[in-house]
Design a protein around this ligand. Structure first.
Ligand SMILES: Nc1ncnc2c1ncn2[C@@H]1O[C@H](COP(=O)(O)OP(=O)(O)OP(=O)(O)O)[C@@H](O)[C@H]1O
Ligand SMILES: [Mg+2]
Length: 389
């Protein structure tokens, strides 16, 4: 029945010259373009088309690390110019993909909010000149700061949009869109954040966003403390994390990526042990140095995942956590950047963690034993030796 309605409105929209499709799409697109003259709009449309045809540059850990310390002005300015171009290309690709979605999806208020954000960000990038002096670079960094900030809490918005529009898109198509979109988002944020951090260093032993001696055990403990606080608020109990091996291992890595993965995995493990009544058995982490980086195994005795569910867990929006609309959407009401402060609910934790682990060529695999517990193996690729700058 639902698909019948969908087919029908699709038909009306696509083939009726004055049908709802044309009018609705115009209304949707015009909301992002209200302050533009016709000429500016046309110019921007040409730019989107042109930039969407350019290839997106892959972000590699070795390239991020390839800046002599302290960064020379010439290298910084050259990077600024590349960053401006690369971000415009990436935003244009995303706009193109959003426009390709069925109009009933893009009409959803949350999705159209995302579209407007990308449109306006592209517009800002195209009206920004590459920095030619250190002073201009300082201003460019403010533009990048704003870009990162304005996109920081978009995942719950996107999730809400796709949840509401789920009847208009198949699970396969929405998974394909979200996977590409969210992986691209990781790259765009990293490119912007890296230039910001090359200009205003984060601290000792950092080259931009890369910490040359990033210690997985330290990040795990920080994540465990954060997730412990959430558990305390939610369940009134705090499961423990024990690191049984590799506490002193260090690799060059982007700590915020590591933190994302560990926080999501510990949220899942802590929730599982609490709900299974086994929170007195610590969650165990084992860290091993490999030729390609590190392998971290997170083992919990939270009862595991039932076999029929196993193949679903990497699906976007697959969650067994159910509280009204899902706790995850509540992050919509938290301050920007404060997303992810609920124990579960969106069903994005595992697929996004895998995307983060794979970003530099790593892996994330789940091995579960129903009735017992779950092991998650995370390989973070960094075939370089940790060193102090
Ligand atoms: N360690 C685990 N033990 C038991 N079940 C798990 C574990 N990890 C994941 N799961 C199952 O897989 C589902 C999907 O996990 P995922 O992290 O993607 O989403 P979520 O935790 O429900 O929501 P969120 O987006 O907040 O992470 C969970 O709802 C849970 O049923
Ligand atoms: Mg989760």
């Amino acid at each position: 029945m639902i698909s019948g309605i969908r087919q029908c409105s699709r038909h009306l929209g696509r083939f009726h010259p004055l049908g709802s499709y044309v009018g609705m799409r115009r209304r949707w697109m015009s909301s992002s373009m209200e302050s533009l003259s016709d000429d500016e709009r046309l110019e921007l449309e040409k730019d989107i088309k042109m930039f969407a045809q350019k290839p997106q540059k892959q972000v590699k850990l070795e390239d991020l690390m390839a800046f002599k310390q302290p960064v020379e002005d010439a290298a910084l300015l050259r990077n600024g110019e590349e960053v401006l171009h690369d971000i415009a290309v990436r935003l244009a690709h995303r706009l193109d993909a959003l426009r390709y979605l069925d109009y009933l999806i893009v009409l959803n208020p949350s999705i159209s909010q995302i579209y407007s954000l990308y449109y306006n960000s592209f517009r800002v990038m195209r009206s920004t000149d590459p920095p030619n002096t250190v002073e201009e670079n300082a201003k460019f960094v403010q533009v990048l700061d704003h870009l990162v900030e304005s996109h920081s809490n978009t995942i719950p918005v996107l999730a809400k949009g796709f949840y509401e529009a789920r009847r208009y898109i198949s699970t396969t198509d929405s998974a394909k869109f979200l996977d590409t979109h969210l992986r691209a988002r990781i790259g765009t944020r990293l490119i912007a954040s890296h230039h910001i951090a090359l200009t205003n260093p984060i601290g000792d032993n950092f080259i931009g966003t890369v910490q040359m001696n990033c210690r997985p055990s330290f990040v795990l403990n920080e994540s465990a403390a954060f997730v412990g606080d959430i558990c305390d608020m939610k369940y009134g109990t705090v499961p423990q994390l024990v690191i049984d091996q590799g506490a002193d291992i260090e690799i060059p890595y982007v700590p915020v990526h590591m933190e994302y993965v560990f926080t999501e995995l510990l949220k899942n493990s802590f929730r599982a042990v609490v709900e299974n009544g086994t929170h007195n058995i610590p969650v165990q982490a084992t860290i091993i140095r490999t030729g390609q980086g590190v392998m971290v195994r997170i083992r919990d005795r939270g009862g595991g995942i039932p076999p029929p569910m196993e193949k679903e867990i990497f699906g976007f929006a697959f969650s067994t956590f159910d509280e009204g609309e899902g706790d995850g959407f509540s992050t919509l009401n938290s301050p920007p950047g404060g997303g992810g402060s609920s124990i579960a609910g969106l069903g994005y934790g595992l697929p996004l963690s895998r995307a983060y682990a794979e970003f530099f060529g790593g892996k994330l695999q789940v091995q579960t034993y129903h009735g017992w517990g779950t092991d998650v193996y995370v390989t973070l690729r960094s075939p370089f030796y940790a060193n102090k700058l």
